[in-house]
Write a protein that binds this ligand. Structure first.
Ligand code: GDP
Ligand code: MG
Length: 444
């Protein structure tokens, strides 16, 4: 293992800037720069010196002896003044004494490889740093503390127990356990399935907190789409005029509803146009419609318009549709929300803001988000996919069991276990690991 180093604080000027060093040369680097290695886990105020012995900066040095450190290796932190030049000079010294620059996420990667944290916890560090709401930060902290991992570990543990039971029986056919008459297997399978459901639901909520939902506003020109974007965002992002075809490009706003992230996209009005730029805008609008989580189709409530059939036909099944009737301030319609079996209709005025609260509330509930402050952990799409796949293997396993093929059941259980374990990093390819850690910031 080589020794890595990086500036751990963000670039720019600040009161304090921190350089982090990890690896076998840490001790030697400390001696070279500080004159001696500080006592482990004790903050010491020391001069940081260059090779000629002149002082670059003075600050706090903390040494963590392996394995009692974040990475599990010897770690040194130099807390100096937060100036770019002074930190660069100090980093140069560290590199000169044999360390190399750390890649993004390399400290966390080492912590993972040395089993200080599992993969879900490592991801939670990145998610905590990137959290853009208090709820997301708290959920990331819970994952970092291992709540998500332990829920997964419990599931894995139960699968292991069931597999052991099955395999023992398979190895000793002379004992002739009648699996079907033996209800232990069926009961256990049922238990695991219901626990997977619970974990999946929590993970979905956590994923919403992290990644949010993408909502596209579409409709005819002049329906008030850009006005609605501005109203939801509380700013004048989009140009609003009474000239049809004003919006030609795709506009994006990132907003939060009670801490829940929402990506709102305003598009060009859907119509046939001779204008080349507008044609391209309409093409882009379609592209956004095809990949969003929810479509808000906006209709001027003074007209008798409705959602075009071709739109409903082209909408992917997983995409939710809400119909928003706008301009109630002139049409005189009451601001309200009404649910029909096919769709939700909301009456608002994008200009005056009336009814917008109903729309916000609707967006929140349509995300399937329950405000629960306790017990939520941050999760990623990767985790949800793994849990889903594990659940599918369990379902398949149950069918094999009903067909009396215990060998196939055992195999499905093995696969389910493998997918769950990929969440905490037990069975995870190097490619994926590389990708996950590359998204981290330098010095973490
Ligand atoms: N009275 C009224 N006018 C609106 C409302 N929403 C938008 N408008 C007007 O309708 C015109 C088109 O609005 P705009 O947001 O640019 O529509 P877009 O083409 O769908 O993006 C502008 O003159 C807006 O001021 C509303 O709720 N009430
Ligand atoms: Mg517009």
């Amino acid at each position: 293992m080589d020794t890595i180093a990086a500036i751990a604080t963000p670039t720019g000027q600040g009161g304090v800037g921190i350089i982090r060093v990890s690896g076998p040369l840490t001790d030697a680097i400390a001696k070279a720069i500080l004159g001696r290695c500080p006592r482990a886990r004790q903050a010491e105020y020391l001069a940081f010196m260059d090779a000629e012995g002149s002082v670059i900066d003075k600050g706090i040095a903390v040494f963590f002896a392996k394995p009692h450190s974040f990475t599990g290796e010897d770690v040194l932190e130099l807390h100096g003044h937060g100036g770019q030049v002074v930190l660069d000079m100090l980093l140069q010294q560290v590199l000169m004494h044999g360390a190399r620059l750390a890649r993004a996420g390399e400290f966390s990667e080492r912590a993972f490889l040395n089993e200080k944290i599992d993969l879900a916890q490592a991801e939670a560090i990145a998610d905590l740093i990137a959290a853009d709401s208090e709820d997301a930060a708290r959920a990331a902290m819970r994952s970092l503390q291992g709540e998500f991992s332990s829920a997964i570990d419990q599931l894995v543990e139960q699968l292991v127990q069931l597999r052991t039971y099955l395999e023992a029986a398979l190895d000793f056919p002379e004992e002739e356990i009648d699996f079907i008459a033996d209800s232990v297997v069926a009961i256990k399978l049922g238990e695991i399935q219901s626990q997977i459901k619970t974990v999946l639901e929590s993970a979905r909520q956590g994923c919403l907190l992290k990644e949010g939902m993408t909502v596209v506003i579409a409709g005819k020109p002049n329906a008030g789409k850009s006005s609605l974007l501005n109203q939801l965002a509380g700013s004048d992002t989009a140009i609003v005029t009474d000239i049809p075809g004003t919006t030609r490009d795709v506009l994006r706003e990132h907003i939060q509803i009670d801490g829940l992230p929402l990506h709102i996209i305003d598009t060009a009005g859907l119509r046939h146009s001779a204008d080349l730029i507008e044609q391209e805008g309409v093409r882009r609008a379609w592209r956004e419609i095809e990949r969003c989580d929810r479509l808000l189709y906006l209709i001027d409530s003074q007209t008798k318009d409705d959602v075009p059939k071709e739109l409903i036909e082209q909408l992917p099944k997983s995409t939710g549709l809400s119909v928003v009737f706008n301009k109630t301030d002139v049409s005189g319609e009451r601001n309200r929300i009404s649910e029909t079996p096919e769709r939700t209709e909301i009456y608002v005025s994008a200009k005056t803001g009336q009814g917008i609260d109903l729309l916000r509330q609707h967006l929140k509930t349509s995300m399937g988000y329950h405000q629960r402050t306790e017990g939520q952990f941050i999760a990623r799409r990767r985790h949800i996919m793994a849990i889903n796949t594990a659940a599918e293997h369990l379902n398949k396993g149950l069918r094999c069991y009903e067909d009396c093929s215990v060998e196939l059941l055992a195999e499905e259980l093995r696969l389910a276990q493998q997918h769950l374990s990929s969440i905490t990093g037990e069975f995870t390819s190097d490619d994926l690991l590389g990708k996950i850690f590359a998204e981290f910031c330098i010095g973490k």
